[in-house]
Write a new protein. Structure first.
Length: 100
């Protein structure tokens, strides 16, 4: 049996315990470091759109001129997720521009 040393991706602490399973079967972990603001995390994601930083990569590729189908093909996520992310970002920006 092999042991896997798990570190918290937020604070880097090794004070990590198993914290059950996600409904899709992925193992969840909990950080027991009192100073860490992140409680529960996963090491591996079944759906690439749920990975940390996926929304940023979608926006970055769209700004650089990639189309919806290109983004979905490169990042291995659904075109519907790409469209929803871009629409939500547009609504966020529209709401902020009304304030100023």
């Amino acid at each position: 049996m092999a042991l896997l040393s798990v570190k918290c991706p937020h604070c880097g602490s090794v004070k990590v315990v198993k914290f059950g399973k996600h409904p899709n079967g992925a193992q969840r972990y909990a950080c027991k470091n009192e100073e860490c603001s992140r409680l529960v995390f996963q090491l591996y994601y079944k759906y690439h759109a749920c990975e940390p930083g996926a929304k940023f990569r979608i926006l970055e590729m769209a700004i650089n001129g990639s189309g919806v189908r290109d983004i979905s093909r490169v990042l291995h996520i659904s075109a519907d997720v790409v469209i929803d992310t871009l629409k939500k970002r547009k609504l966020e920006l529209a709401g902020k521009s009304e304030i100023y």
